[in-house]
Design a protein around this ligand. Structure first.
Ligand SMILES: [Zn+2]
Length: 170
């Protein structure tokens, strides 16, 4: 029976990274504390998983909630950054980080692409759509710009507003 905590974790995980389920190469494996040590997490096996160093660094001392967010944001396909950088397939949507230099058209395209990805998990009210869009652009947009984008979506028929309710035609 492997005795080092890291070895035990790797054994329990079948030699796979906890997050991406890819084999953990020698030298890449590391212990990730789910509740970070900095946040009072202990080193018991229940609080630890084995994963690639890259993911471990990425999660760093995020709160458990933030880590959940990262995992959930992958929508069931956790492509390890460790691998997508080196040998992995090209990311499916090489979305450029949104910048202020984008035209309104480009922003609208980004929003529509994002809404399509969300499937049935789209915002149901104008208010939540507005904050979704704000978050999509890293909260860099002015209120006026957000209004303009929402208007753009409406005039393109992408969204229809009925009272507080939203319907989509993507
Ligand atoms: Zn991994």
């Amino acid at each position: 029976m492997p005795t080092k905590p890291l070895d035990r974790l790797i054994f329990a995980q079948g030699g796979l990274c906890f997050f991406c389920k890819e084999p953990l190469p020698k030298g890449e494996e590391s212990v990730e504390h789910l509740v970070a040590s900095a946040n009072g997490g202990n080193s018991n096996l229940e609080n630890c998983v084995a994963c690639c160093k890259t993911v471990n660094r990425l999660l760093g001392s995020m709160s458990l909630k933030e880590k959940f967010q990262v995992v959930l944001n992958q929508r069931g396909e956790f492509n390890c950054p460790a691998r997508t950088v080196k040998t992995g397939p090209a990311p499916k949507t090489p979305a450029k980080p949104p910048t202020a230099a984008q035209t309104r058209e480009q922003r609208l395209e980004l929003i529509v692409a994002n809404l399509r990805q969300r499937g049935s998990a789209r915002p149901r009210t104008l208010k939540t759509l507005r904050s979704t869009i704000a978050a999509l652009f890293g909260k860099t947009l002015a209120d006026k710009e957000l209004d303009a984008l929402l208007e753009g979506l409406q005039s393109a028929g992408t969204i229809a507003v009925d009272g507080a309710k939203l319907t989509y035609d993507l």
